[in-house]
Design a protein around this ligand. Sequence first.
Ligand SMILES: [Zn+2]
Length: 502
Amino acid sequence: MNYSATIGLEVHVQLATRTKMFCACNTDFGSPPNTHVCPVCLGYPGALPVINEEAVRLTVMTGLMLGSEINPFSKFDRKNYFYPDMPKNYQISQYDRPLCIGGAVAIEANGVAKTIPLTRIHLEEDVAKNMHVRNASSIDFNRAGHPLMEVVTEPELDSSEEAFAFLQALKQILLYGGISPCNLEEGNLRCDVNCSVRPAGQPALGVKTEIKNLNTFKGVFQSLQYEIKRQIAVLESGGTIVQETRRWETETGITESMRSKEAAHDYRYFPDPDLMPVVLSSEQIECWKALLPELPRQRCDRLVRQYSIPPYDARVLSADKAMADYFEEACRYYASSQATRSAHAVAPSAAAGDEKLAKTGPKAISNWLMTEMLRLLSEKGIDIDQAAIRPKALAELVRLAEAQVVNSNTAKDVFAALFEQGGDPELWVKQKGLVQVSDAGAIEAMVEKAMADHPGSVADFRAGKSAALQFLVGQVMRASKGKAHPQRVQELLKKKLTTTAN
Ligand SMILES: [Zn+2]
């Protein structure tokens, strides 16, 4: 029998605020345990919370970016439960009046575009971190009270691939909006996953399970793959699915039962009497709307329009905000160096190609980023901000290659060197003596020497063995230490081999 899966996600996002949700404690990650705490976030009796306005703004901005309806009147509620990670014995969250309602995220999975509707986006406080060492458990309250935004999807994802694509698309938008650093290692993004299966064609949904606290996208993907298979196997063997919360075990790659699922009323939500409702005027919302940043898709379209690069390039570049920023900065440097060169005396050979260069510049920059840059970044496991080669240097390198000061192989070596240590490509090329030899006389001398040194290859070529040409080109390139203009070498060799035959 065929089965369909139905998946819903609850994504918890730590917001990029300097201070906690309801107190002035610092949100820095990695400080010694329990150094960013105060009576409010430690839940001392009588301590009063104050709403962090920046957290409200970031949540509303997220709602605006995702097309949610912004609630002009929202409030905070107490979600009551007893667990050591929450010393007040309740978490301040939003129950029936969240900040944002609805909205959607566009995704593409398995080559199919789809829009995933959102149920809501609300604001709450993060809980403390439990650490279990041998026979003891300790609790770090630095995280307790960090503003936490929860993005809840409708159960309209059909596969683990779609869930993965959703998280990637959401992360991209959050980064563009400066909503959260989205650093998974630091726990900025954590996800609960709801999943059920049913025989294909059956309208009623199956019984769902929830997998809690996944902190990597890979974990979401793998746990869903496992859980879907597990549920199908239970149904196939005539069993029933139990509604429960499960835990993903990374080491063994399975989900395990934790506890049976609480219904919402178990938390006895009620409005927090210490906090005023959040009332947002339409002027305030309009004002934030006017400050919305450009989103990945808009940027992709603009890159195509503004720089005449192919849509594929634009998609790759705009997928990472830092990469797109780098590209545009390099293009600005490139354009300004072009302008300077046109304003001053320009070498005749370059002047003829100026118009063409203006078009090829951004495409050349894009090529460098999509090939060498991405390759080296993944090799070193670093982000583009950490690469020593800065946009200005890349623009300069592109200009040197276009002006044929260096050939493409040398340019690659220069890129790799500057990627490691930074610096000015022109200076580097001069210091290392890498300027390309394009001088016809110098090339001719090297070509003649190669032909004289390898008469056998010359004879082979003339006997119809065209491979001998490449060998001779290689000899000249070696003699020039890789600096000869390869095309000119090839042209000249061919000419000499064919015209001076016999
Ligand atoms: Zn505090």
